[in-house]
Design a binder for this molecule. Structure first.
Ligand SMILES: NC(=O)c1ccc[n+]([C@@H]2O[C@H](COP(=O)([O-])OP(=O)(O)OC[C@H]3O[C@@H](n4cnc5c(N)ncnc54)[C@H](O)[C@@H]3O)[C@@H](O)[C@H]2O)c1
Length: 404
């Protein structure tokens, strides 16, 4: 190759991406698409053109465009649907908008990576899964925690039988974003019981539970609590559940759950429990789980995401006990997943979005780099069926609800 010739990849048509929603998670998608060609090598990956960011609140759209280097900022998502120059779109708006936006994008021939939970209602999620089944484009839902190297490493340990037969899963997702009663009303606080903390945080931990332990067969002991039942409306843009300006005069009623708990039985016979809260005082973003088997235990804590805790039968007699295992290149996604991929550097919640974007891109391009597929809309619908079963259990005083 002469010094002036172009690498093969840059001679290919660039793949153009857009992000709809420039709130908390939308900005993270915008960053992921920017980073996607920098991890795991770039062979087979065409140049990624960062085409457009859309947010109905113009200051967010402009700020994300400028921060993440996108070409244009728009305020109407139909402009993305109608744009001939866009191939792949992240849908990162409130859950109630997912169906409408995703349907129009899919019909316009765009590949769609939609955030979790798949939608705001079971009916809308089912319609999205049906659309997927009849479409030619790639569609997926953003269960990003399964891309975290530490979470994926624990799933691998379980799959290899290193913990013996799994007996118990305990998952907690505790956030304090709603603990302050002056945090204004936003889309997260609207919708039926089960679409609050359970839809927002529970969808992640349910996906992780199934990713690690296999399918859930039934749920029971569902219970919800709404601790702060009135909130002031926001007057301007809202990001991550935090309003920009609050009206002290008016007041709105919170419709859904601040806290959700339930128990479950997996197909394997293992049992488990999940607790989620958006009013967990002092815990901004605490995702933790433990999985116990007949011959070991593994634990993950997002606050210590560069490590996992493992206990098993491999230690010499008299020296047993839990040990800290720092994330390292034997963990999934770790090698090639950052510019410093040696043991102990660790990885965060942000990188898992980049790995998710890379897996989605590979699906779009028909490449096989060995990354598990992005969960389909059908899978997103299944996760919502589990949340719905928890809501039905709660409505029936904690009754067991079968998922089969
Ligand atoms: N995978 C994860 O870890 C993760 C984390 C947070 C949020 N999420 C999901 O991402 C989605 C968005 O959550 P968020 O926390 O970013 O919410 P957010 O409230 O911070 O942002 C939503 C954005 O959508 C914009 N918006 C509202 N209506 C719009 C419209 N008609 N057209 C274009 N933009 C519009 C709002 O102005 C806002 O900026 C949700 O589905 C949520 O569950 C996923």
């Amino acid at each position: 190759m002469s010094a002036l010739s172009q690498p093969a990849t840059s001679q290919r048509h660039p793949l153009s991406v857009a992000v709809i929603g420039a709130g908390m998670a939308g900005r993270t998608h915008a960053n992921a698409w920017r980073q996607v060609g920098t991890v795991f090598g770039s062979e087979g990956i065409p140049p990624i053109r960062l085409a457009a960011i859309c947010d109905s609140y113009e200051p967010f759209a402009r700020s994300a465009r400028d921060s993440y280097g996108y070409e244009r900022a728009v305020t109407d998502w139909h402009d993305i649907v109608d744009a001939d120059d866009i191939d792949v779109v992240s849908v990162v708006v409130s859950n109630a908008l997912h169906r409408q936006v995703a349907e129009d994008l899919v019909r316009a021939g765009k590949h769609v990576l939609c955030e979790k939970p798949l939608s705001d209602s079971l009916e809308n999620a089912r319609a999205m899964a049906e659309l997927e089944a009849n479409s030619q484009v790639v569609t997926g839902v953003g269960f990003s925690y399964r891309r975290h190297p530490s979470v994926a490493a624990i799933a691998e340990l379980v799959r290899q039988g290193r913990l013996g037969d799994v007996t118990t899963f305990s998952g907690r997702y505790w956030c304090g974003y709603g603990v302050d009663p002056t945090v204004p009303m936003a889309w997260r606080y609207r919708g039926p019981q089960g679409s609050g903390a359970l839809g927002d945080l529970g969808s992640h931990i349910i996906d992780v539970a199934e990713f690690v332990c296999g399918p859930i067969r039934s749920v029971r002991g569902g219970a919800f609590a709404t601790i702060i039942d009135k909130r002031p409306p926001a007057l301007e843009g809202v990001a991550g559940g935090r309003g920009m300006t609050v009206s002290a005069q008016a007041i709105e009623t919170v419709e859904n759950d601040d806290i959700a708990v339930f128990n479950m039985t997996f197909e394997s016979g293992a049992i488990g429990t999940i607790v989620v809260s958006r009013v967990a005082f002092g815990l901004p973003n605490s995702m933790e789980f433990d999985v116990f088997g007949t011959q070991g235990r593994a634990s993950f804590d997002l606050a210590r995401s560069g490590e996992i805790i493992v206990d098993d039968t491999s230690t010499p007699e008299g020296f047993s006990g839990p040990r800290q295992v720092l994330s390292n290149p034997t963990f999934p996604y770790y090698k090639g997943g950052s510019s410093m991929d040696f043991a102990g550097v660790g990885s965060t919640q942000i990188e898992q979005f980049t790995y998710q974007a890379r897996a989605f891109l590979d699906q779009v391009l028909g490449l096989d780099e060995g990354f598990p597929l992005v969960p389909s809309f059908a899978h997103g619908y299944r996760t919502m069926c589990i949340a719905d079963a928890v809501a039905r259990s709660a409505a029936a005083g904690g009754k067991t609800i079968d998922l089969t």
